[in-house]
Ligand binder design. Sequence first.
Ligand SMILES: C[S@@+](CC[C@H](N)C(=O)[O-])C[C@H]1O[C@@H](n2cnc3c(N)ncnc32)[C@H](O)[C@@H]1O
Length: 395
Amino acid sequence: MSDSQVSAAVAKLYDTYPYPPEPILDEPPPGYNWRWNWLAAYNFCTGRKPQKQDVRILDAGCGSGVSTEYLVHLNPHAQIVGIDLSAGTLEVAKKRCQSSGADRVEFHHLSIYDVEQIPGKFDLINCVGVLHHLPDPVRGIQALAKKLATDGLMHIFVYGELGRWEIQLIQKAIALLQGNIKGDYHDGVQVGRKIFASLPESNRIVKREKERWALENQQDECFADMYVHPQETDYNIDTLFQLIDASGLEFISFSNPGFWQLETLLAKAPELIERAGELSERERYRLIELLNPEVSHYEFFLGRPPITKTNWSNDNSLLAAVPELNPCIDGFPSQCLFNYDYQIVNLSPAEFDFMQKCNGSATLANILAQVELDLNGVRNLLKQQLLLLTPSERV
Ligand SMILES: C[S@@+](CC[C@H](N)C(=O)[O-])C[C@H]1O[C@@H](n2cnc3c(N)ncnc32)[C@H](O)[C@@H]1O
């Protein structure tokens, strides 16, 4: 198939099965995803609060608008643009945003390849679950990179081949059984469901489906997205970094850094962790995925080089900075709260006292004069992403 035939087939899949199939609400969606909060994402990537909040955000391949709706509600000063290849899916996205009052958004029926048709640049580009469905992902990421503002961030999610091995097998089996009616997605879903109903319980693919995917795959939209897709590229660390290098942007960090810890895998072999110290960053990631082939996707931030990260090792700079609470924490004021990643954090009385005084105008030096906490205590809170810091212009 030519690239344009592939794109037409992809659009037809999502016209048939708009994704994701979340219910439409008449109020803002619950909770947060910090990756869609400009302040939290920028702070995660650079170690400091961004200078502006009236940013432009692009949701590239916005689907049925679940992420778009969060982007609007979590960034009250931002203008959001959503684009998608599937007109049917865009209709759902528009309805979703209208219904919850997410009105700072415009939608365009447009391919990522043609994103240059939208004037101006974007401070945050969110492209989740999309590039791997383009016939030419490099062309897609390059088109997006051209639209990224100088101090901007791009958040990307693409599939990983190691954790999707069983999925690939079923995809191929369905395609074989469908023969020349592959473009009939209803038939593909039916064939796939019959396969799963027929295979023995002990079958390796069935076991994997049950333990990992079955819950979401009860909905046909999810089942179709997973098993009858006309176009999918799955990555490993080597091919992922080829894609990133082709974008001309710089890799900042995975946005699920907890997964990428060699220490949790080789805790009983410190000598091997020491040996791994010789590896490059990419080799280290490759080692991790080889040891933990669960990885079914990669999610990460890119930025335009050079990217500066403030590490706050200088005491004077830290003391002169103005702290405030990360907007993506839940349960404060309380000593027990959820952090940006919905992990429970228990604050000491001194930490709690300190955080209550972080009002976005007092400097750290001012606040520390009133509480029991020291600079190491503050650095510990920073490491947990509980605070945003605005650097002083005078230091
Ligand atoms: C798996 S869905 C992801 C939706 C959304 N980003 C999310 O994560 O909830 C993939 C979406 O990408 C869209 N898409 C695929 N190729 C595209 C392209 N070339 N340009 C724009 N959108 C595209 C599809 O129409 C579909 O809505």
